[in-house]
Design a protein around this ligand. Structure first.
Ligand SMILES: Cc1cc2nc3c(=O)[nH]c(=O)nc-3n(C[C@H](O)[C@H](O)[C@H](O)COP(=O)(O)O)c2cc1C
Length: 151
């Protein structure tokens, strides 16, 4: 069975809601084990156990939230040493932008290198039903790709 890791950080709860929605969507796909973890609790062992990765966090000060940056800094060399080549997607919560967080994440992840397999999803402002639906669809699409073995 393939495994999807949804790894998130959330300071005020927005990204946590998006991660939960992505998880709901992913769990609609049979044959994929979906795990949800806070970035503080995750390390390279969790990445090694996964076949795909969804990173969910806020944009802070024009870049990645510090917690997600910390996670990527911690796993960067260990992931390279293990030869990890995970397919991934990004789900970013932002006040009015989000592009800086996407740029920074893509730049770091390309160095491991992990492979983007979906367009990044940025949601701006208060979380609403459209944002939650987009998150569910992203989670389901990733899980479906894993289930079909297309990554
Ligand atoms: C310290 C700080 C910096 C922020 N910087 C940005 C920013 O550069 N661009 C942006 O669009 N939103 C910015 N925001 C807004 C957050 O991205 C937004 O509120 C997000 O939904 C928070 O998600 P969270 O509750 O999961 O942490 C910032 C918020 C904080 C607290």
């Amino acid at each position: 069975m393939s495994s999807l890791l949804i790894n998130y950080h959330s300071q005020s709860g927005s990204s946590a809601r998006l991660a939960a929605a992505a998880c709901r969507g992913a769990r609609r796909e049979a044959g994929v084990d979906v795990r949800v973890s806070r970035v503080w609790d995750a390390g390279v062992a969790d990445l090694r156990a996964a076949d795909g990765l969804l990173l969910v966090a806020a944009e802070n000060s024009g870049g990645l939230s510090g917690a997600l940056k910390d996670f990527l800094d911690r796993v960067f060399y260990p992931a390279i040493d293990c030869g990890l080549l995970l397919p991934y997607a990004l789900l970013i919560s932002a006040g009015n932008d989000g592009r800086g967080a996407v740029r920074q994440a893509e730049r770091i992840l390309s160095g491991i290198p992990f492979r983007p397999v979906a367009e990044p999803v940025i949601v701006r402002g208060e979380i609403n039903a459209t944002h939650l639906t987009a998150s569910e669809e992203l989670g389901q699409a990733l899980a479906a790709g894993l289930a079909m073995g297309i990554y």
